[in-house]
Design a protein around this ligand. Structure first.
Ligand SMILES: Nc1ncnc2c1ncn2[C@@H]1O[C@H](COP(=O)(O)OP(=O)(O)OP(=O)(O)O)[C@@H](O)[C@H]1O
Ligand SMILES: [Mg+2]
Length: 353
């Protein structure tokens, strides 16, 4: 059951092809996140869904209704789609209640029931009692939550969010993300959000669509996008990577890969996440292990919740590998490295390296 169906959508600006045969579905009630580097076409796709742009070819359906396609173009105000812009864009001359009621159809805006609906929406976004405040008295995060309430007011069949947290500072962003996720879930809304922040995508989404160069290159659950990326480019984009040449029989500079790794018949590149490198002080490591690989700790970056450790390892790309672990080892100390599988591998010829 897909709420949004995008099929073979293309869009060019002059000679610049921005979207290339985009196929993309959002399931009803899901929050799907479109993740990709700057300039890859995320906002362009969102504008096509909103109706602010027409595709050159392809079709768009929302809730089973064709909104754009050959001979069809439904205007933005008739699409039943709510939009949360990047910077909230609240009306400064209206109070919070006025801003939210602005999202309601004109005939409802003046009715008594408006105040009940505004109260309900403010509860939903975690701002009860904020009706009379002017936007200037709200923090950035509160303004974004009012913008979400305004977008949800007319009970749209779809909510679009374009980098809704990019104007917020890092400390606030995490909390507002959780609030917005919670409010969308409570409203039962189907949502499509755009971001170039991997952490934001992985932590908020039911499904993540990775976009590169105007194409959707992978669309899957966040855990699959992170742990089994479909290409080396996707792997590099969605998190830190440790890249190791791997032979056809699964040998790397860190020893053999675990059995369940997908080593290509001709060998290639093995891509690990730093937390797949398990470190033990070399002295405490059991003796006699045929495959034990020992390396020297070059640098330690301590983050509190975990530690990134750079290890000198001849044979790895750049002579270094990155590990993530709970307890910081001493710089200069020797550690044993074991691999926790499975490990995703890519044939060198198809990876573009
Ligand atoms: N109206 C337009 N006219 C011409 N070129 C455009 C127009 N809109 C977007 N582009 C170009 O299309 C490409 C994709 O733009 P888009 O805004 O979709 O990227 P994005 O993925 O949202 O990037 P960001 O993460 O920086 O917001 C860019 O190269 C941009 O310059
Ligand atoms: Mg954009």
């Amino acid at each position: 059951m897909s709420s949004v169906q995008i099929r073979a959508v293309n869009k060019a600006f002059g000679a610049h092809r921005v979207l290339r045969d985009v196929d993309f579905d959002v399931r009803e009630g899901d929050l799907s996140v479109l993740l990709g580097p700057s300039g890859c076409g995320k906002t362009t796709l969102l504008r096509i869904v909103a109706g602010h742009l027409a595709p050159d070819s392809g079709t768009l359906q929302v809730g089973g209704r064709t909104l754009a396609g050959p001979g069809v173009f439904v205007s933005p105000e008739r699409r039943g789609i709510g939009i949360v812009p990047q910077d909230g864009a609240l009306f400064p001359h209206l109070d919070v209640a006025g801003n939210i009621a602005f999202g309601l159809p004109g005939r409802l805006r003046r009715k008594a029931r408006t105040s009940a609906r505004v109260r309900e929406l403010l509860d939903l976004v975690g701002l009860p009692g904020a009706e009379d405040l002017p936007p200037s008295q709200l923090s950035g995060g509160q303004q974004q939550r009012v913008a979400l309430a305004r977008a949800l007011a007319p009970e749209p069949q779809l909510v679009l969010l374009d980098e809704p947290f990019s104007a917020l500072d890092a400390a606030l962003r995490g909390a507002v993300r959780a609030d917005v996720r919670h409010a969308l879930l409570a409203a039962g809304a189907t949502a499509l959000m755009v971001t170039h922040d991997q952490e934001e995508a992985l932590s908020m989404a039911d499904s993540v669509a990775v976009m590169q160069g105007g194409r959707i290159v992978m669309h899957d659950a966040p855990a699959n996008v992170y742990s089994t990326p479909t290409s080396l480019e996707v792997a590099r984009f969605v998190g830190d990577v440790v890249e190791l040449p791997v032979s056809a029989n699964g040998e790397t500079a860190l020893g053999p890969l675990p059995e369940d790794s997908n080593v290509p018949p001709g060998g290639g590149i093995a891509v690990l996440r730093p937390e797949q490198l398990v470190l033990t002080p070399a002295l405490a490591a059991p003796m006699g292990s045929a495959h034990a690989v020992v390396a020297t700790v070059a640098e330690v970056e301590y983050f509190g919740h975990d530690t990134l450790v750079a290890l000198d390892l001849p044979g790895a790309s750049g002579g270094r590998v990155l590990a993530r672990c709970a307890r910081p080892p001493e710089p200069g100390s020797r550690v044993r490295i074991d691999i926790e599988g499975p490990v995703s591998c890519y044939a060198t010829d198809s990876s573009g390296v």
